[in-house]
Design a protein around this ligand. Structure first.
Ligand SMILES: C[S@@+](CC[C@H](N)C(=O)[O-])C[C@H]1O[C@@H](n2cnc3c(N)ncnc32)[C@H](O)[C@@H]1O
Length: 276
């Protein structure tokens, strides 16, 4: 039971090693962070098409965490009858601004979700939770740690406010493959239907992928594991922790996730093969 023995994973790793210098991590312009709306709209359209196939409600209430400038939220309004909220880092703390002036059924909250005990201020449970947090600490060697903190914090906020049978889409990362397997496993215990997906059109060279969960079932045992993981991330030695070094599932669950992961590996392989 070792994800690193998967043939496609090995092929992907070899290609990444060979073409590493081709990956572009730069998101700075004039010392300010910028988001690429064109790219976000393409990936957003792809995400929405998956949501539309699975969400049957005619009217939805959603939250979009780390949502600025608001491409995914705009697409939700275009494709669903919706009310929603967007939460994102205040511009004075380095966050990008929302561009959602025209959307009257959307409430904006500029908040740093890493501030202690942040929770949503909403009148009812969510039908849909979206999170796509990315840290702006690109040059910082702790960027991975910060990204994971953002991902797990946004995840817990959404799960805490999601209605039974609600839906979730969140960005995850395959940077550490054991962690990726473990978090997908934990999330698969919280939703009746789950899938993972990586766009071949936008950021095919990056470690980002998306997890989709439908029909949420609150299961405290697994929510507690996410809380435990978040605490582990306070320690700079987090990579030595079991969640980053071993798998916490049995062999049959490993096989299911290993199979799901193949399609992510293929996206990266196909992208880097162009350079061979
Ligand atoms: C990739 S962008 C999201 C793009 C958005 N999904 C869209 O469709 O336009 C990542 C967002 O995370 C936000 N962010 C980063 N750190 C944050 C934090 N600590 N609290 C809240 N938002 C944060 C950034 O300001 C940025 O708006």
């Amino acid at each position: 039971m070792n994800p690193k023995k998967n043939k496609l994973w090995i092929e992907m790793k070899n290609l990444v090693r060979k073409h590493y210098q081709k990956i572009n991590f730069e998101r700075l312009s004039d010392e300010k962070f910028v988001e690429n709306n064109d790219e976000l709209l393409i990936i957003g359209e792809e995400i929405i098409s998956i949501l539309k196939k699975n969400i049957k409600q005619t009217k939805i209430f959603f939250a979009d965490i780390c949502g600025a400038p608001g491409n995914y939220s705009k697409l939700v309004f275009q494709h669903f009858k919706a009310n929603g909220i967007g939460i994102s880092l205040p511009p004075e703390k380095g966050g990008v601004e929302f561009e959602m002036e025209k959307y009257t059924k959307y409430k904006i909250f500029y908040r740093d979700i890493l501030e202690k005990e942040y929770d949503l201020d909403i009148p009812k449970k969510l039908n849909l939770g979206i999170a796509s947090c990315v840290s702006y600490e690109i040059k910082n060697s702790n960027a991975y740690q910060l990204n994971l903190k953002l991902i797990l914090t946004s995840l817990l906020i959404l799960l805490n406010n999601l209605e039974k049978n609600g839906s979730l889409v969140i960005n995850l990362t395959i940077k550490n493959i054991n962690f990726a397997f473990n978090i997908v496993y934990i999330l698969s215990k919280l939703f009746k239907k789950t899938s993972i997906w990586k766009s071949s059109k936008v950021w095919p060279d990056k470690n980002t992928f998306y997890f989709f969960g439908f029909n949420f079932e609150n299961n405290q045992k697994y929510i507690n594991k996410i809380k435990e993981l978040l605490l582990i991330l306070d320690n700079n030695n987090f990579m030595k922790n079991i969640y980053f070094r071993r798998l916490i599932m049995n062999n049959s669950n490993f096989k299911i996730i290993d199979n799901m992961m193949n399609k992510l590996y293929k996206v990266k392989i196909d992208y880097f093969k162009k350079y061979n």
